[in-house]
Design a protein. Structure first.
Length: 364
């Protein structure tokens, strides 16, 4: 006996819309799970979240400090104490182990020392052992300590992430647009346009970046604009050279010839057919250049040719602590650590994007 299938019930528009939204959410969830965990986490922790929520995260003003709290160690650091013997006259060769009676009485009175084996208020006498606080420990309100001006290092690192991200994005955006436009024009038209653009590329790659930055700093003073100018002069040539090579390969494809036969203008061909095929390459290059620009900005600020003080730039913070690296290591260590993890995570993410977006790399 033959059986017939019942017709499927019609699906309402609301149900279809909800199913479409659910499928899109599942698609994006699958894409998010494919992201590399370590670089994305480090990028969020050290760059993106601090840059977006700097005012909410930082507990202090990054440009103002308290000289009474200068060079405070990190919050988990304890007091550095020294055990000394109370004597009538300190031996010149034994200053680290002996203390004069009058000095011992004064340090005990102000609370910087305590007599071993006696009460907190006991007065020292000759022959006593006292614990002298050589260097006070950290304070809870300064998580990563303070610098030589009494400014909170944690707050400056958080606001420095915003400064590094803004400067890097502006520089990459400007140089990317300039290099992409010139690269497409040089690759598509060729001839004297290609010759002029490539000679400008050679000139840009032969210029000493640090020398230009130092000249601008000496003539105009250290400014954020100087960093943007130097980075744009240096980076646009990399985009132009790469885009030119891709354009030379694309303009010989069949779909470009069909577009010409169909009557498309040269501007339309470059905008609607060549540029979309270059987007993946440009994104990968921009991601790889982000870490380079952050490191470059930090280096220029370290040399005094980048972002001026008291702006919370990571390079400025490292430079402020280079003379204090023995006794106050935290001044340079934590901003240097932020630079390390940020640049490392950006480079790892750029390598992942290159493998993800480049079909040649994906097929290998």
């Amino acid at each position: 006996m033959a059986t017939t299938m019942a017709p499927a019930a019609p699906v309402s528009e609301e149900t279809a819309a909800s199913l479409g939204t659910l499928s899109r959410i599942r698609h994006w969830m699958r894409e998010i799970r494919r992201l590399p965990l370590f670089p994305v986490t480090m990028l969020l922790v050290f760059l993106i979240i601090p840059a977006v929520f700097a005012e909410l995260i930082s507990p202090h003003n990054p440009r103002r400090g308290d000289l009474d709290d200068r060079l405070v160690p990190p919050a988990w650091s304890g007091d550095v104490v020294s055990l000394r013997t109370v004597v009538e006259k300190v031996n010149r060769d034994n200053r680290q182990n002996e203390i004069k009676l009058s000095d011992a009485e004064r340090t005990v009175r102000i609370g910087d020392a305590a007599v071993v084996g006696k009460g907190a208020d006991a007065a020292p006498v000759l022959g006593d052992q006292i614990q002298v606080t050589v260097k006070p420990g950290g304070q809870a309100k300064y998580l990563l300590g303070t610098d030589k001006s009494g400014m909170d290092i944690f707050s400056r690192i958080v606001h420095g992430a915003r400064l590094a991200l803004v400067v890097s994005l502006l520089a990459i955006f400007a140089s990317g647009i300039l290099g992409t436009v010139l690269g497409i024009l040089a690759g598509y038209f060729g001839g004297w346009i290609d010759t002029v653009v490539m000679r400008l590329v050679d000139m840009s790659l032969s210029i000493s970046l640090v020398l230009v930055a130092l000249v601008l700093a000496a003539t105009l003073g250290p400014r954020i604009e100087n960093v943007l100018i130097v980075v744009c002069l240096f980076l646009w040539s990399r985009y132009a050279r790469l885009v030119r090579g891709e354009t030379l390969a694309l303009k010989t494809q069949d779909f470009i010839a069909r577009s010409r036969v169909a009557g498309s203008s040269q501007f339309r061909i470059m905008l609607r057919h060549i540029f979309p095929n270059l987007v993946n390459t440009i994104i990968v290059l921009a991601t790889l250049q982000l870490g380079f620009v952050i490191l470059l900005e930090a280096g220029l600020s370290f040399l005094g040719a980048g972002i001026p003080r008291p702006n919370p730039a990571w390079g400025v913070m490292v430079a402020d602590g280079r003379e204090l690296i023995i006794d106050s290591w935290w001044v340079s260590f934590f901003p240097g650590l932020a630079i390390l993890f940020t640049v490392l995570s950006v480079n790892l993410l750029g390598d992942w994007l290159r493998d993800r977006l480049d079909p040649k790399q994906r097929n290998v």
